[in-house]
Design a protein around this ligand. Structure first.
Ligand SMILES: Nc1ncnc2c1ncn2[C@@H]1O[C@H](COP(=O)(O)OP(=O)(O)OP(=O)(O)O)[C@@H](O)[C@H]1O
Length: 395
């Protein structure tokens, strides 16, 4: 090498794309219970009846979107063979839409032809809803509206209106069903009871993947993505075990397998071995730290640095005030005025939410009071690599 010219090697991957987010498998493995319930909830559609409103919930990466695409695809195919059944599905992601108003505008534009779109401002809310109901009625037939990441909609007016549009007489010519998807587990409970009862007529809960299910998911991709016998025994199992530990998220397990393959190719290896997985996990964890704290103020980064020093000395878990001392030393060295202890406490709380540190509360009763103790959740090496990249220097 040395001249940095590029040459295809064809090593390791047969079709690397199959490990990327966008790739949809034509068969979903490890989701039998969920698919059965979801299938049953969609059955009225194919019977020509009014669809039920369905609410799907479960943590990130447990196959809610994948299951929806898979089943709606099947449903559309089956519907084509049935006379008189005119099925339309509309899927939108509510991330970035934030209000009922904006979501309704997005739906109108999705249903209208490109020449006749409406803008995001300038209409009263009632008019936008009327546009939406008009579009739904003029399309007619059976319409399923999928609202992915529905918890991003801050107010519940659309979630109240849409599922009840038919019974409220807002539409008369179409049979409408709403499929809401959320990975915010508290979202459902926070809905007002009238919204909940209509939006969540049928509910399907998606459980986190266990290691056995993730092995199935990864094996399915192995045959498409990698050349034969490229993965050594144990590689899939290790990726699955990490995925199960990381909240049972298929996306994370797939990312880990992809990164492992990339590292093997980087090293000009012929096979992927467990060591590649270990290295891949370290890299991904470092990325997670960097992503988590890169938009953070310098002080948040210095607080993490201080905790990392304590962790390295084997002194963790430590109380907030014990972090203060090394934090102040670092501030001095880097030329910053330290922030208040209260601000330090807030940074620690944010670092915990990001999954970078873990904090446990201890209650010593009246005499000792309540206090929190902190330690790193991610490996020291990942945190150091992350800080190093952000601060240009490291503990
Ligand atoms: N059972 C499965 N079989 C094959 N691939 C799967 C399976 N479950 C999930 N995946 C893949 O894992 C990734 C994440 O899945 P998906 O997007 O469906 O998760 P989700 O539950 O909708 O989570 P989020 O709310 O974070 O989007 C996708 O790339 C998907 O193709």
């Amino acid at each position: 090498m040395g001249d940095f010219s590029f040459e295809p090697t064809g090593r390791i991957f047969k079709e690397r794309e199959a490990l990327l987010e966008e790739w949809t498998p034509d068969k979903l493995v490890g989701r039998d219970t969920e698919l059965q319930q979801y299938h049953a909830a969609l059955q009225p559609v194919i019977e020509g009846e009014t669809p039920s409103n369905i609410f799907l919930y479960g943590k990130s990466g447990v196959g809610k979107t994948a299951a929806t695409r898979f089943l709606l695809n099947r449903l559309e195919n089956s519907a084509e063979d049935i006379d008189g059944l005119d099925l339309h599905t509309v899927e939108i992601n509510c991330d970035g839409l934030n209000s009922s108003y904006q979501t309704a505008v997005a739906l109108v534009n999705e249903l209208r032809d490109p020449a006749n779109q409406i803008s995001n401002t300038g209409y009263p809310q009632a008019s936008v809803y009327q546009f939406l109901f008009d579009e739904i009625d003029s399309l007619g037939g059976t319409i399923l509206i999928v609202l992915d990441e529905v918890d991003h909609i801050q107010d519940d007016s659309l979630l109240y209106k849409l599922p009840r549009a038919r019974s409220n007489g807002d539409i008369s010519n179409a049979r409408l069903g709403v499929v809401g998807i959320s990975n915010d587990l508290s979202f459902r409970n926070q809905l007002s009871s009238k919204v909940r009862s209509s939006l969540c007529e049928k509910e399907v809960s998606f459980s986190a993947y266990d290691a056995t299910e993730l092995v199935q998911v990864l094996r399915q991709r192995e045959s498409v993505a990698f050349h034969d016998n490229v993965l050594e025994d144990g590689v899939i199992e290790v990726c699955a075990a990490y995925g199960a530990k990381d909240s049972g998220d298929a996306r994370k397990a797939l990312d880990l397998l992809l990164e492992s393959g990339d590292i093997a190719r980087e090293e000009n290896a012929d096979v992927v071995i467990e060591n590649h997985v270990t290295e891949a996990r370290r890299r991904l964890q470092t990325d997670q730290v960097i992503e988590g704290i890169s938009n953070y103020s310098q002080h948040g980064q210095l607080v993490l640095w201080a905790l990392t020093l304590l962790e390295e000395r084997g002194e963790t878990p430590v109380r907030t005030r014990e972090i203060r001392e090394p934090y102040e030393v670092l501030c001095d060295r880097e030329g910053y005025d330290p922030v208040s202890t209260r601000a330090v406490r807030e940074y620690l709380a944010e670092l915990e939410t990001l999954g970078i540190i873990s904090s446990t509360e201890t209650n010593r009763g009246k005499s000792g009071g309540k206090f929190k103790e902190h330690e790193l959740e991610q490996p020291i090496s990942s945190v150091k690599a992350g800080l190093n990249e952000l601060l240009g220097t490291s503990p």
